[in-house]
Design a protein around this ligand. Structure first.
Ligand code: NAD
Ligand code: ZN
Length: 342
């Protein structure tokens, strides 16, 4: 398990660099993290290379990897160099993937700067890129040397991004901590203690990943909300004006998959109503039409958790509890999406 530190970057970064003595350091940023986050880290770095890529999920692909590998090559990076991924989940997933494959693997460290990356993407060693429209289709499991989380980065994050990341916080409470779910669902995002929730989410995720690093079993519970959520996200990727942020799609996934859990008598009507009410209050309701339903259902067949043609989901089986590998039919998914629309 990689080491995750939640503390001011001014403490953790110099300490980490001092301990390891890398032959070279490169910092991967996008336009926004170069502007808002890089000023907070550059003072702690001696000579380094900056690699800047364009911001956004649409650049999480092979062409951008080529730019990154090229920059490392031009900087004469050897196998003792370090790639510091300073940014959200896109930077972390793609930078980690590039580091894991450059010269068969160099060290990398995550400095997550979005809420989503702090509570989810930076922890657990899943790295990758999108391919031919499929999310995270190409990738590897590899842990970073360290994850340095500083909540100060969240201060410049746009509100919509913060709200999107909060979906993973909700997910971690629902699958693993009933008392915490009860606490957060009484407050809006603006009233939450984010530093404390970041620490809580990281602890939940680490506990699960430690028991099942390569997702053979238990780790699948972290996919609650993500089967239908990813399908919804992928579906709207092709429609720029309706495009959803990851967490916004996961919010749809959590409601529809909670409905499925209720249909299968795994959760009671009270929990389903609580989830719906809270998620609609935080995210509103995505406008799905009847025509949207079938292609979304079809996209769930691409899900990496499936076995053969059978869709399997992580479904809640009580507040703070989640089961995995539950078979779900296309008809049931259609019904869940219709329920959401209704
Ligand atoms: P992102 O990396 O695109 O960041 C969102 C936006 O915020 C970008 O425009 C970015 O430039 C900007 N930004 C980042 N930090 C900022 C800051 N501090 N101030 C101002 N702007 C800032 O997206 P994301 O939501 O962080 O991550 C989404 C990605 O994470 C998806 O590709 C998803 O697949 C991946 N993910 C991976 C895992 C995993 O386990 N590896 C888990 C969940 C999600
Ligand atoms: Zn997610």
């Amino acid at each position: 398990m990689s080491d995750v530190r939640i503390a001011p970057i001014a403490e953790t970064l110099p300490e980490f660099l001092e301990k390891h003595q890398f032959s070279a350091v490169a910092v991967l940023v996008d336009y926004h993290t170069q502007k808002f986050c890089y000023p907070l880290v550059k003072n702690w770095l001696s000579k380094h290379t900056i690699i800047r890529i364009k911001a956004g999920e649409e650049y999480k692909h092979l062409h951008t990897c080529e730019t990154i590998w090229e920059a490392l090559t031009n900087a004469n990076f050897d196998r003792h160099g370090l790639l510091l991924n300073l940014g959200g989940g896109v930077i972390g997933d793609m930078g980690g993937f590039c580091a894991a494959t450059y010269k068969r693997g160099i060290a990398f460290a995550q400095i997550p700067t979005t809420l989503l990356a702090q509570v989810d993407a930076s922890v657990g060693g899943k790295l990758g890129i999108d391919f031919h429209g499929f999310k995270n289709h190409i990738g590897v499991f590899k842990l970073p040397e360290t994850v340095l989380i500083d909540p100060v980065f969240l201060q410049t994050l746009p509100e919509r991004e913060l709200r999107s990341g909060f979906a993973e916080v909700i997910k971690h409470c629902l699958i693993a901590d009933a008392a915490k779910w009860d606490e957060i669902r009484r407050r809006d995002l603006t009233e939450q203690n984010l530093s404390e929730l970041v620490a809580h989410s990281v602890a939940v995720k680490q506990r699960v990943v430690e028991q099942d690093p390569t997702e053979k079993g238990l780790r699948k519970i972290l996919n609650f909300g993500h089967t239908l959520g990813h399908a919804v996200e992928t579906y709207f990727l092709a429609q720029p004006r309706k495009r959803l942020l990851h967490g916004e799609a996961i919010a749809v996934g959590m409601v529809t998959e909670a409905f499925l859990a209720h249909q299968k008598k795994m959760i009671d009507a009270t929990l389903l109503a609580e989830i719906e009410e809270y998620i609609f209050s935080v995210y509103g309701k995505v406008n799905l039409t009847g025509a949207d339903v079938e292609p979304i259902v079809a996209l769930t067949l691409q899900d990496k958790k499936n076995q053969g043609k059978q869709v399997r989901m992580a479904l809640l089986d009580g507040p703070g509890r989640c089961a995995f590998d539950i078979p779900v039919t296309r008809a049931e998914m259609r019904q869940a999406l219709d329920y959401y629309r209704g």
